[in-house]
Every structure is written in C-alpha cells, then in structure tokens.
Design a protein. Structure first.
Length: 288
C-alpha cells in the first residue's frame, strides 16, 4: 500500500517471519530502502539463508525491549549481543540498520501529572536503548541508527533531551486523537482527523439519535470514553455502536432538542484512537 503510494523508505515494524520474506525481498529490490525488524535467532537464520538480491542485502533493525514488554531483545542478556553480531557476519546478505524500540507503556500512565509520567517513561525508553547501542559498539558492532518512539514520548520527551538517540518514529503523532489529549500529547485544536456521520433517526421516547456510523466506521476502541468527542456538540455523546449504526444521547441524560439535529445533519467525531478509526476506511479526505 505505502509502496504503491510513492513511499520509498519503509520499515516493517513488527518481527518478521519466514513466510513474509519473499514479499519483503521484492520490496527490498523495488524501493530505495526497505527495512525489516527482528528479535529472535530463528529470524536471523531465516534471513541469512534467503538473500533478497544479489546486489542488495537485507536492511535490519533489531527490536529492543525498553520496558514495554511486547517485543524486543532483552538488552541485559549477553545472548542479545551475539544475535546482533550474527547479522553483520554476512554483509552481502544482511546489514544492521540500527535499533528500534517502542515505548508503548507510555499509554498506561494515569492519575495526576500524566505529562511528567510520560517524560519519565521517555527518559527510560531512551536510556535503555542508547545503553544497549553503546554496549554493541564496545563489542565492535557498528550501530548507525538508535531509534525510539511512541506518540506520547515523542510529544513530551525528556526535558534534558535524548542523548544517544538519532531517530524518533511516532505513529499516531500525524493525527492525534482524544486519547492523546488525555495523555497531554496535544490539545483539541491539534487533533487532525474526524469521522463524519449523518443523523438518520430520531427516537424522542428513548432520547436517542441514530447515526450512520457503527463500529465498522470507527472501531470499538474507546468505548469507556464514548469513542471520542463529537466536535462542537459537548452536549452529545456516543452511547453505543452497532455494526452499521450508532446511538447518540445527551451527555447529562437531559432531554434532547431534536430540532437541533434534523435528519441528514452531519456530525463529526474526534476519535478516541485515530489509528483504529482510520483503519476502518480505505481513504481519507484532506481538507485545505
């Protein structure tokens, strides 16, 4: 999808498996730069046994666990250094592009001063990754890129900076959403995506509006936060989502003035999680 859209520097940012290597090899040959990621010895064996092209080696990012616990090498395990060393033993087949980590546990902060908590997570994310890079360099291994990234930690990085880090790769950062606003990453004006819905039903006895946005239009994420916020209508909330339709109710359960929302009225949802919401659609419309 991204390659067909004109992007020529792409990272496949989850650990790769052998069945995906033919497609990855084709993209390596086609693009200016296509990077794969891995964190297991069997994955190293698989790529070394399958060169992508006679004149172009695999470009490999090694994933590092910075405390999130989802994926990545244990930077304290001596075996991790040896795994990285193996990648560079056949330079015609594979080269180390660098280290890649994701501070996804920054999304777990709650309570008071979430920004300070995110900055602390960002500090640890950077320190752990940079320390592992230094350990590899002391072992004689060249580490070109040391990358960190989650949208919260990139939006509120450590105040002292990011020594030893030369790349940041947030994803949600391009759009933001109401979850990021709660985490202190942005303000409402910086949320750059909406899901448009149309009022298709009035049910005064139930105090409900029906809209043509179901979970197929915005996903089921953020249910406890009403799936986001209806722009310009603080009095409304998304009560629930069916597959193809949604139900809106007044936020304080007071009677709705249905005359304010004639059938056909367009409403815009600021999504709770823009990654999940936009994934439900095959295109976006950019407004100038």
């Amino acid at each position: 999808f991204f390659a067909d859209g004109g992007f020529d520097d792409i990272c496949y940012a989850v650990p790769i498996t052998a069945d995906k290597l033919p497609t990855a090899a084709a993209l390596t040959r086609r693009l200016e730069a296509f990077h794969i990621t891995l964190d297991h010895a069997d994955q190293v064996t698989a790529i070394l046994e399958r060169p992508p092209a006679a004149s172009k080696p695999w470009s490999v990012f090694v994933m590092v666990d910075c405390g999130y616990g989802r994926d990545g090498l244990d930077p304290e395990d001596p075996a991790s250094v040896e795994l990285v060393r193996r990648i560079g033993e056949s330079p015609a087949v594979a080269k180390l592009a660098g280290l890649y980590t994701h501070g996804g546990h920054s999304y777990d902060v709650e309570g008071e001063d979430v920004v300070a908590q995110v900055r602390k997570t960002a500090q640890e994310e950077a320190r752990i990754t940079a320390d592992f890079a230094e350990k590899l360099r002391k072992a004689g291994i060249t580490v070109p890129v040391v990358g960190v990234g989650s949208t919260p930690t990139c939006s509120n990085p450590p105040l002292e900076g990011l020594p030893g880090i030369n790349e940041m790769h947030p994803g949600n950062y391009i759009y933001y959403d109401t979850m990021q606003q709660e985490l202190g990453s942005c303000n409402e004006d910086e949320i750059a995506v909406r899901v448009v819905m149309r009022v298709i039903g009035h049910y005064p006895k139930k105090n409900l509006l029906l809209v043509d946005m179901g979970w197929t239009g915005c996903s089921k994420q953020g249910e406890s936060s009403n799936f986001g916020r209806i722009e310009g209508h603080p009095e409304l909330k998304v009560e629930g989502l069916k597959q193809e339709a949604g139900l809106l109710r007044s936020r304080d359960d007071s009677p709705l003035d249905f005359s304010k929302y004639p059938l056909g009225t367009l409403l815009r949802l600021e999504p709770y999680h823009s990654c999940a919401h936009t994934k439900q659609h095959d295109r976006i419309h950019v407004l100038g």
